[in-house]
Design a protein around this ligand. Sequence first.
Ligand code: THG
Length: 399
Amino acid sequence: MSTSLTEPLIAPVIEPLIEPLITRSRRLRETPFTSRILQGGAKSFTVYNHMLLASYFRGLEEDYWHLCKHVQVWDVSVERQVQIKGPDAYELVQLMTPRDLSKAKADQCFYAPLCDEEGKIINDPIAIRVSDNTWWLSIADSDVMLWAKGLATGKGMDVEICEPDVWPIAVQGPKADDLMARVFGEEVRDIRFFRYRRLAYQGHYFIVARSGWSHQGGFEIYVDDAKLGQALWDELFAKGEDLEVGHGCPNNIERMEAGLLSFGSDMMFSMTPLQCGLDKYCHLDRDLPSLSVDALAEQKKNGVPSRLMGVVVPKLPKACVEMELMIDGFASGEITSHSYSARYDAWLAFVLFDTPQINAVLEGASILSVQTSQGQYDAVMSELPFKLDAMDLNPRNLA
Ligand code: THG
């Protein structure tokens, strides 16, 4: 398998960098909520779309259990919108994605990988049809606006493309419906998964969708007015006190258990959606006017050279660091993300393996293990998303 110096074989660590510190500047954009999340106790930040994103508050595990039990308010302003507006808006969006958007309803959101002419992933946004001639791509961490402008210019398309001032807030967790109903009214409960409604807050209509980067349920509010957004933020906390509302952010443990992939970590420009297990979002038999469908159909026919898989190591001692995967004793696979799962008492990893290696391990012809600072342990390979409940793992309860 091809690896390079920028693609470490050893698992990356999700810990704050103590030093050197990051310098504040206008290039490292803050959000309308930055001062609030600092006050709320954000302990570490990452940079995403040239903007600050918190990575945890109390601690990854404490944040995880709180998210699974209560409700959290997340500043996900980094989910920038690339707005495509004009008579050719649909045509441009469809050119960029192999997912069929031709039957998009006016209130629908679509998880839609964007791919180039070789089928390689550019980004994996949520595409939202905000009106007949206007689409938003709610992007992951890459400069989609530049790619979209280049395509539109090259093809002479009649569209205007910009990054509007929209700062999404996510409200996630099992009590999200109750909290949102107190602020927006009972109507929020009727919003279906990946649908949105325009709901009034102090007379201003925000797009509110049932979506978010967790599997605990909840909403995303597309805040397009900073002052009102701050008032809304404060009201969510004021009205949620008895629901134990808390600060939070996308949680690495929860998203790995859920099998949610992170562009730039688990998917790179060098991979196709078929290598990431995103086949169901690629409609390759519908004659779509999409840049990538021919290349992807060809790859589907020939088979992928490598593929992202899940790896589970039950009961791996927490003291283990510097994990390296071994197949039949040889270092193999590229760990793209990993986490200790508190609920399942197991170590979880997303790993890019060569296809022949995957087949050999799944057929039982080869043995997968993990080499750590504390010794070697047996590992289990599985398809993504994980089916952790179906494994013999002894999940811990919430109580
Ligand atoms: N919300 C919004 N914008 C975003 C994200 C988000 N932009 C960046 C990033 N997250 C984009 N990536 C994803 C990946 C997965 C999902 C959403 C955005 C997701 N997937 C569902 C799942 O896996 O259960 C399935 C969705 C479907 O079937 O269509 O939710 O979170 N605004």
